[in-house]
Design a protein. Structure first.
Length: 65
């Protein structure tokens, strides 16, 4: 399932890695695409959207509802 997120606070490659790591802590098989300039994260995962968003928030980023 394709799940797009608007994520703010990503400013560098380290931020992208942190978001990928957060998503993969919920779903190790997830495919994650990130466009930092657009504040956009797309996740291919069957895991619940709220679990993925919570993992990203735990890394310190804001996820729009």
């Amino acid at each position: 399932m394709n799940q797009p997120f608007t994520v703010t606070g990503m400013t560098c490659g380290h931020c992208e890695m942190a978001v990928r790591r957060a998503v993969r802590s919920v779903d190790p098989q997830a495919e994650v695409k990130i466009d930092r300039a657009a504040n956009w994260v797309e996740v291919q995962s069957e895991q619940p959207r709220n679990a993925l968003a919570a993992a990203i928030r735990e890394e310190g980023y804001t996820v729009a509802e």
